[in-house]
Design a protein around this ligand. Structure first.
Ligand code: NAG
Ligand code: NAG
Ligand code: NAG
Ligand code: NAG
Length: 522
């Protein structure tokens, strides 16, 4: 009762607000709006990932991904003992997804292809007709309503037979990934013109190969996590060069990569060692992927190379735990992206440390030598790791823009940004998060001259949030996971995003939290 009357109130409120904005023209007098507006060609989108929404885990000839296999074998792994078997059922309900995207006026949709859905065994000898057809239909339906698909080839759902061979830690994966990409470009390249190869290699390698926070939960800290980084980078470059050579001349699309980073603030900005720790953190977590691709020199950043070499030698290894690229590989990697995809969520405070209780030896953590803390006076409405600090976004975009000359020519596209909460449709905190973070993007563009060309909010709807299962919600749309049709309902943040996309600016008063007085009336 309480919550449904709350929804009704919110609906009425947002209806009234949109009426007001129509009556008073695009912007009412005295309303707080952003100083700048997004250019007309700025790409607005929403993001999802196959494993987090599709379900249909064994339908249409799909093979198993490592996430299927792992959560089936370890049901206790996820917070609510759930899995991705059905998720938001987008395998069947993708037309609903398209309606939702359309309802917000958004003209780009970033989604990923499930590798084992089109190649059940991971290898290109066996293409699933039904799996291949699923994405073809989806892309065609998107294009029919003028929504441009932006497609991620790898968003963490490695085919199980390839994971059994070591996944990204096995050099042979570079060939397998290239074979898969060739199939995808052949199947969809006439429809898809914007590709991203890999999603968040840092989170994937660090949490999945170095720790057990994500699948494959290898806990190969300090070793497997660097093999993963190394071969992911090479696989990315091989696929970029494949497209450039065999497909770009007639398909005329672009290929990039999606990297992620928290912003790193020094814990005490007056302490040079904290300032240095923040820089070291960014190099070890973001520079390690960005430098080989986007810098003029290529290869790993010299700080990262020296640091891992030094630590490896101190620890008695006769070779560095971070593999070396050949000159040819350095060349192949350098310039291997047509855009810089950036995922960003939060900020941490950094100070130097040689050891912390939760670090393994050896590990990327210890090699980095930086203690990460949250500023708990920043809001933390959902996931433990996510405090809200909008200015960190602008600083991160500037850090990237300053470091890599190539970004004067090629754009930064924000491929994910968002916030989790408990899943209420009156998500005032998410409304405010998007308003404030998007405003920082505008400041980075107009006051700092950063070359940002697009923004994709994470995420279209509530989904399977990896080891959090369905306990944390990031969606612009609520999904009722208990209902057979996985009913989708817009949250206030969806209405707010639609208004930003429509007006190209941020109206901070478009959706106002209810006053204390209104709360009492409820
Ligand atoms: C191809 O994949 C299908 C569906 O998973 C499977 O049944 C079949 O055995 C596979 N064929 C080969 C040759 O591996
Ligand atoms: C291919 O996948 C099918 C179905 O998942 C499985 O039965 C078969 O053994 C796999 N073949 C290989 C070579 O892995
Ligand atoms: C690596 O060790 C050398 C020699 O001890 C030292 O001069 C250098 O600063 C170290 N580099 C890093 C990044 O720790
Ligand atoms: C933590 O956040 C508060 C509120 O924004 C701010 O005043 C304070 O300086 C922050 N502390 C650090 C160490 O950044």
């Amino acid at each position: 009762m309480r919550s449904s009357s709350g929804v009704a109130l919110a609906r009425a409120l947002s209806a009234i607000l949109s009426l007001l904005s129509v009556v008073s023209g695009s912007v009412g007098v005295g309303r707080r709006v952003s100083k700048y507006s997004f250019p007309n060609d700025f790409m607005f989108g929403v993001s999802t990932a196959a494993f987090q929404i599709e379900g249909g885990w064994n339908e249409g000839g799909k093979g198993e991904s490592m996430w299927d296999t792992y959560v089936h074998n370890h049901p206790e792994y996820t917070a609510d003992h759930s899995n991705g078997d059905v998720a938001a059922d987008s395998y069947h309900l993708f037309m609903d997804d398209i309606d939702m995207i359309k309802s917000m006026g958004v003209d780009h949709y970033r989604l990923s292809i499930s590798w084992p859905r089109i190649l059940p065994n991971g290898t290109d000898n066996n293409i699933s007709y039904e799996g291949a057809k699923y994405y073809r239909t989806l892309f065609k339906e998107l294009l029919k309503v003028n929504i441009t698909p932006v497609v991620t080839l790898f968003h963490w759902d490695m085919p199980t037979p390839l994971m059994d061979l070591g996944g990204w830690s096995n050099p042979a994966i570079v060939d397998f990934f290239e074979d898969y990409a060739r199939v995808a470009f052949n199947l969809y390249g006439d429809l898809v013109k914007i590709w991203t190869t890999i999603n968040e290699p840092h989170q994937h390698c660090y949490n999945g190969y170095g720790k057990d926070y994500f699948v494959p939960a290898l806990k190969s800290h300090g070793i497997g996590e660097y093999l993963c980084s190394h071969y992911i980078l090479l696989a990315h470059a091989r696929v970029y060069r494949l497209y450039e050579r065999e497909f770009k001349p007639y398909q005329k699309g672009i290929v990039g990569i999606t990297l992620d980073a928290f912003w790193a603030d020094p814990k005490d900005p007056n302490k040079p060692e904290d300032v240095e720790a923040a820089e070291n953190y960014l190099q070890m977590h973001l520079g390690i992927y960005a430098h080989p691709i986007f810098s003029d020199f290529g290869d790993y950043p010299s700080f990262v190379r020296e640091r891992v070499n030094n630590m490896s030698s101190l620890q008695g290894y006769s070779r560095s735990r971070l593999p070396y690229f050949s000159d040819e590989e350095i060349k192949m990697l350098r310039g291997s992206a047509d855009f810089f995809g950036l995922n960003h969520y939060t900020t941490y405070l950094m100070s130097p440390s040689s050891m912390e209780p939760d670090w393994d030896i050896p590990s990327l953590d210890q090699d980095t030598g930086v203690k990460m803390e949250q500023n708990l006076s920043w809001p933390r409405p959902g996931a433990e790791w996510l405090t809200v600090n909008p200015p960190g976004f602008r600083k991160l975009i500037n850090w990237i823009d300053d470091k890599y000359n190539s970004l004067k020519r090629i754009p930064i596209i924000i491929t994910e940004n968002g916030m989790s909460d408990k899943g209420q449709t009156e998500d005032y905190e998410r409304v405010s998060y998007f308003n404030e973070y998007l405003n920082q993007v505008l400041l980075a563009m107009y006051e700092d001259g950063c070359n940002v060309k697009g923004y994709f909010s994470w995420t279209l709807m509530d989904d399977f949030e990896w080891n959090d299962g369905y306990t944390t919600k990031f969606g612009l749309f609520k999904v009722d996971f208990d209902s057979p049709l996985k009913t989708r309902t817009p949250k206030l943040s969806a209405h707010n995003y639609a208004n930003i996309v429509r007006t190209r600016l941020i109206d901070f008063d478009y959706i106002k939290p209810p006053s204390e007085f209104n709360r009492l009336l409820e």
